[in-house]
Every structure is written in C-alpha cells, then in structure tokens.
Design a protein around this ligand. Structure first.
Ligand SMILES: [Zn+2]
Ligand SMILES: [Zn+2]
Length: 131
C-alpha cells in the first residue's frame, strides 16, 4: 500500500477585524490576524498541525506583530477578542510616515532625516507625534 504524505507550511487568514488607532504610525487602521502552521498530511488530508503562530498585521502601515497562541486560539474559535497593545509583540515595523518640517527654511520631508536636506539645520520637530 502506498502512502502519500507531505509536510507543508500553511497560512490562513482568520475572520477577524478590529478597528484601532495604530500604535506604530498613529493612523486609523485594522488589525488582521493570520495563522501560520506546519501541517503533516496524509492523502492530502491534514492529520497533524504544529508550530502554530498567530500574526497580526496592521492594515495601515503593514506592521506585523506576534500574539500568543492563547489569544489566537480564541480568535480562530470565533471568540470575542479585543486586542490590546500589550498583547502584541512587534515583529516588523511597517513604513511610518512622519512629516518633519525644518524650522529654519520651512522644508517638509517625510523621510527620517536628521538634518534638513535643503539648508542643513537640525530637524527635531515631528508634527505627527502621538500624545
Ligand atoms: Zn500603522
Ligand atoms: Zn531647512
């Protein structure tokens, strides 16, 4: 008898949407939750799942966080979960657009310059700082 088996990494998007003000970029966005796991299948039927990890992605800037399996399991089980900032472990910070304006010449930039590219003055103002 032949066995057809395989080990693969799978990624599923969970049915979860939570509106929030992004802790990374300060804009309005949504948390999207995906689960990643390694799956052993026999005759193309998943038998075993392990190494499960739940990721949260911010729709605004694409920052990626890891959440605990406890919380993730609750979400995938359809539980009512409200993600808090403390539940999120930052994996990769997305592109954060902060607009700086030079106090000397008024030049505006959304790059993270230390010095004004136009006149060379120190840029320290960040207009979009969170309170
Ligand atoms: Zn963001
Ligand atoms: Zn300047």
């Amino acid at each position: 008898m032949f066995f057809i088996f395989g080990v693969s990494t799978k990624k599923d998007k969970l049915d979860f949407n939570q509106n929030m003000i992004c802790p990374s970029c300060g804009r309005y966005g949504r948390y999207e939750v995906t689960v990643e796991y390694t799956c052993f299948s026999l005759f193309f039927i998943p038998i075993l799942k392990w190494d499960k990890k739940y990721y949260v992605k911010n729709s605004c800037c694409g920052s990626i966080y890891l959440i605990s399996n406890n919380i993730g399991d609750k979400i995938s089980g359809g539980g009512n979960v409200n993600l808090m900032e403390k539940d999120l472990k930052l994996v990769r910070r997305g592109k954060v657009y902060s607009i700086k304006q030079c106090e000397n010449c008024g030049f505006k930039t959304d790059d993270d310059f230390q010095y004004c590219p136009k006149c060379g003055a120190v840029l320290n103002g960040n207009e979009h700082k969170r309170q």
